[in-house]
Write a protein that binds this ligand. Structure first.
Ligand SMILES: *[C@@H]1O[C@H](CO)[C@@H](O)[C@H](O)[C@H]1NC(C)=O
Ligand SMILES: *[C@@H]1O[C@H](CO)[C@@H](O)[C@H](O)[C@H]1NC(C)=O
Length: 431
């Protein structure tokens, strides 16, 4: 509690200190009034606004600007930002300038334009991006500008690979005759100096395929197993049905909104670390009737929402320590028809289940060794301690609820202590 109070105080100090600094910096310039000169922004030079034929211009050419500023007046019709040092356009950079018709960004250092950078520019008709450092751009960037008729893209080092396909296609639509007319590929070598307007979109994708470079969806480390064989159902819950697909591993491209994943009746042998890390919304996971013989302790990591896990009809003889630790909300666990081996290694599973009494499970029955065959695992574990009353064997296994909560608390606390330590240093510097 004390720690938290301290942090809040320190944060507060930091914020007010920051404000003070800003205010001092702003003082020499009037920040609110915009007449003919827009106020100065470090490190750029002042920009001019003027009205010509009833249309408002912002002339900010060659002013060492490095970003688009939100203090520029909203009713601008033309923004001239040529010959500055802008490198990136962030999402919504222009969304307040809804009347904008012209945006001149030529001769900057643009490398990256975020997908929503031009969001809100419904009236924009002219966009000048020539002489920058853009290598790739998706068609998506342009969907926010339905009135766009002039687009300049030349003198950018276009990398003509698959990623550029949607842009190339867009430029080639007949209606867009004034889009990117002189833009040329810089790379790959085979396509150098070819005009984007003239290359066949399919060709640039093929080129990429031939290269050993990793592509989206194919990870060279694993042979790609894709989920396109599976069926997706949206009702009643988003389900990916991969039953009976001869799969030997968990597909690595499962959409993150899947709630139920059915991988039953396949040939999966092992579950690797973080196998389900991209499907954190999963609530039901069916791995029944596979050949699973080993599960990495971190295989289920990230499955915070998992409620039902079916592991019946596999080749499991025990669980390694840790396998179940991430399954905070598990309610049902199917374990039947596995060759559970009743020796010391099964204790983890048994104790975990005993301490997580909200979890309903079934099928935990010894198949080996011969002497315990047909026993429930619980009976075996009890007999183990009857045979060995000597306490030294009673290593505590599993985590009970209390301990779990304590470790969680300790984690959070240590995080806070870390950050408060940092803030403490900050405070010393400022005061
Ligand atoms: C898992 O799949 C098997 C076979 O397809 C089915 O019999 C079983 O009921 C399923 N388990 C769950 C929890 O839905
Ligand atoms: C089950 O796993 C064991 C190793 O633990 C292996 O020897 C055996 O062949 C597996 N059985 C099947 C049916 O895959």
């Amino acid at each position: 509690m004390q720690i938290i109070t301290l942090i809040v105080l320190l944060l507060f100090c930091k914020v007010s200190e920051f404000r003070k600094v800003r205010r001092n910096n702003d003082k020499p310039h009037s920040s609110k009034k915009i007449s003919s000169t827009v106020k100065r922004y470090a490190p750029g030079l002042p920009c001019d606004t003027y009205t010509y034929h009833n249309e408002k211009y912002l002339d900010c050419q060659e002013k060492k600007q490095t970003s688009v500023l939100q203090d520029w007046p909203e009713d601008l019709i033309h923004i001239l930002l040529a010959r500055n040092q802008i490198r990136i356009l962030k999402n919504n950079a222009f969304s307040k300038f809804q009347n904008l018709k012209t945006l001149d960004l030529q001769q900057n250092e643009l490398r990256k334009i975020e997908k929503q950078a031009f969001f809100g520019l419904k009236k924009l008709s002219t966009l000048l991006l020539q002489h920058n450092r853009i290598k790739t751009l998706s068609e998506e960037v342009f969907i926010h500008m339905p009135r766009l008729t002039y687009l300049r893209l030349y003198e950018n080092p276009w990398d003509c690979n698959c990623e550029l396909e949607s842009l190339v296609t867009l430029l080639q639509i007949p209606r867009n005759r004034n889009f990117g007319n002189y833009a040329k590929c810089e790379s790959p070598v085979e396509l150098k100096n070819q005009k984007l307007k003239e290359i066949t979109p399919q060709v640039i994708c093929q080129e990429e395929d031939d290269k050993p470079k990793p592509l989206e969806g194919t990870k060279p480390s694993r042979p790609s197993v894709d989920s396109t064989l599976c069926y997706t159902y949206l009702y009643p819950i988003t389900t990916l049905d991969c039953r009976r697909k001869e799969l030997q591993q968990v597909p690595d491209d499962i959409s993150s909104d899947v709630i139920k994943l059915d991988l039953s009746n396949n040939k999966i042998k092992r579950l690797k670390s973080k196998e389900f890390k991209d499907v954190s919304n999963l609530e039901i996971l069916n791995l029944s009737n596979n050949r699973i013989e080993s599960i990495d302790p971190a295989a289920f990591s990230g499955l915070m929402n998992l409620q039902e896990l079916d592991l019946s009809e596999n080749n499991l003889s025990n669980f390694q320590y840790g396998v179940l630790e991430d399954l905070y909300f598990l309610k049902k666990l199917w374990l039947r028809d596995n060759p559970w081996r009743c020796d010391y290694n099964i204790h983890y599973l048994f104790y975990w289940l005993r301490h997580h009494y909200n979890v309903n499970y079934n099928g935990l029955e010894c198949k080996a060794p011969e002497e315990y065959k047909g026993w429930f695992v619980g009976k075996y574990v009890r007999s183990y301690y009857e045979e060995c009353p000597n306490e030294r064997y009673q290593v505590h296994i599993g985590v009970d609820d209390d301990e779990w909560e304590q470790t969680e608390g300790a984690k959070t606390n240590s995080k806070q202590t870390d950050s408060s330590a940092k803030r403490g240093v900050l405070l010393t510097v400022l005061s």
